[in-house]
Design a protein around this ligand. Structure first.
Ligand code: TRP
Length: 446
């Protein structure tokens, strides 16, 4: 027997879980440097616009489908399909979503494992375990294997406990801690020499960037990854929302939280980078752009923490706690996609399903760890740049062209009785039918 479906117990619980999924490594190592290199506040403005004009409608499609069907991705898409052909299409899109998100998790867990290793390093330092401390921060197959497995075990542990006792409980603990750590770190970094330079680099707007071809397109891709769209993550979280909730409102809160925390992260990352620069650390790459991605997190910032003296260990610990939390609340949302499917379609018990699927994904991670140069970039590109936007397109087409419009309205009206005459219903159906698919196709062709 499959266990009964879970449900988030409160709006706050859902918001923390969904924002936890959205806020991840991308928000911290991607968004801030991207903004600083591409026009500062001008980029912020464009990103906010894109997030609301294009990513939010796609997010809403997933939330509405999920809450309507109250099921995993495959079953949900089959439920709203109207004939045998669209049912088959639904199975294919849902199934590919499960496969894609599993592969995204397989590389995400490797990087998250690094965060875990760097989190332990200051502790090893304090304990005087010098050799261990070095080993933790030097790239190596053994270290990476141990930490990817540890990180997957944490993810499995939370998902095993279910929606309320696992996802919601941990998200409502971890997300407020994340914001608190972020704010404290910002406060501290602001007192250091060079910080105001960084703030200027981050925020002073340069509107000429809008002439740059490809900028809006890359911002759009980032918004899609950041809101965890296209692979059924938000659909599954949506399926656990109470019928009393006003979907357009909570969807916009999720988008606001995601963008808000990305903007906040910029107030830490850019000042920190310029503080590092002032202390002699290189922060620009060979092309003259700011170093972003893993290099920023595991080389630029640790070099800064090293230069800070005694307090550096605390700051490093707080920073990697922040990174680990951001990773974990995202990874659980990824594992939930295949787990909910196996629990509901095969009747497997949740803990067994979490352990089984988590282990399979961990094995894939290990294969990548052992063939890192060969596989890592490739898996990242195929999943996030090819598969995810394509599936996002299919989700929009499904919602805009296949699913019955009056059924959609009925679903939105639960929790929002006046929806039929509201702004959302006047604009969104058109968006999801025409604008979103067109925008994704443009991104795709790039
Ligand atoms: N949005 C997260 C980030 O910014 C990552 C993430 C979580 C994700 N779930 C996802 C990405 C599903 C793609 C698909 O890091």
């Amino acid at each position: 027997m499959a266990s009964p479906r879970g449900e988030f117990s409160s709006r706050f619980g859902f918001l923390m879980a969904a924002a936890g999924s959205a806020v991840g490594l991308g928000n911290i190592w991607g968004f801030p440097t991207n903004a600083a290199s591409n026009g500062g506040a001008a980029f912020l403005f464009a990103y906010l616009l894109l997030a609301f004009a294009l990513a939010y409608p796609a997010l809403m499609a997933e939330l509405i489908i999920g809450r309507h069907a109250r099921a995993n991705g495959v079953t949900a898409l089959r439920t709203i399909a109207t004939g045998p052909k669209s049912k088959l299409f639904g199975s294919v899109v849902g199934g590919l979503g499960i496969v894609t998100v599993s592969f995204i998790l397989s590389f995400y867990a490797i990087v998250s494992g690094w965060m875990l290793a760097f989190l332990l390093q200051p502790i090893a330092d304090v304990a005087g375990l010098e050799a261990l401390s070095d080993w933790l921060t030097v790239d190596g197959i053994l270290r990476n294997s141990i930490f990817v497995i540890s990180f997957m075990l944490l993810t499995i542990f939370i998902i095993s406990a279910g929606v309320k006792e696992g996802i919601e409980k941990w998200a409502t603990r971890l997300m407020p801690s994340l914001v608190l750590i972020l704010v404290l770190l910002i406060g501290y970094v602001f007192t250091l020499p060079g910080a105001m330079e960084g703030l200027r680099a981050y925020l002073v707007p340069d509107f000429t960037v809008f002439a740059k071809p490809g900028l809006l397109v890359s911002a759009m891709g980032q918004a899609f990854f950041s809101l965890s769209l296209g692979v059924g993550t938000m659909l599954v979280y949506g399926s656990y929302i109470s019928k009393n909730e006003n979907l357009p409102v909570i969807g916009s809160l999720v988008a606001l939280l995601d963008v808000g925390i990305a903007v906040l992260a910029g107030l830490l990352i850019l000042p920190a980078m310029y503080v590092a620069l002032a202390s002699g650390v290189e922060i620009f790459d060979a092309q003259g752009g700011l170093i972003a991605g893993p290099g920023l997190i595991i080389s630029v910032l640790p070099a800064l923490f090293d230069n800070m003296g005694a307090i550096g260990g605390f700051v490093a610990f707080a920073f990697f706690a922040l990174m680990t939390i951001a990773s974990l609340t995202s990874s659980i949302s990824m594992l939930e996609v295949p787990v909910s499917f196996v629990v509901e379609s095969q009747g497997v018990r949740r803990p067994a399903a979490a352990m089984l699927l988590g282990s399979i994904i961990a094995v894939i991670s290990l294969v990548i760890v052992f063939n890192f140069d060969l596989l890592f970039e490739w898996v990242v590109t195929v999943t996030t740049e090819m598969s995810q936007p394509l599936l996002g397109l299919f989700f929009c087409l499904f919602t805009g062209w296949i699913w019955n419009r009056s059924a959609i309205l009925e679903e939105i009206k639960q929790g929002s009785p006046q929806a039929a005459s509201g702004f959302f219903w006047r604009v969104w159906p058109f968006y999801i039918r025409f604008i979103c698919p067109a925008a994704i196709i443009i991104v795709y062709l790039q």
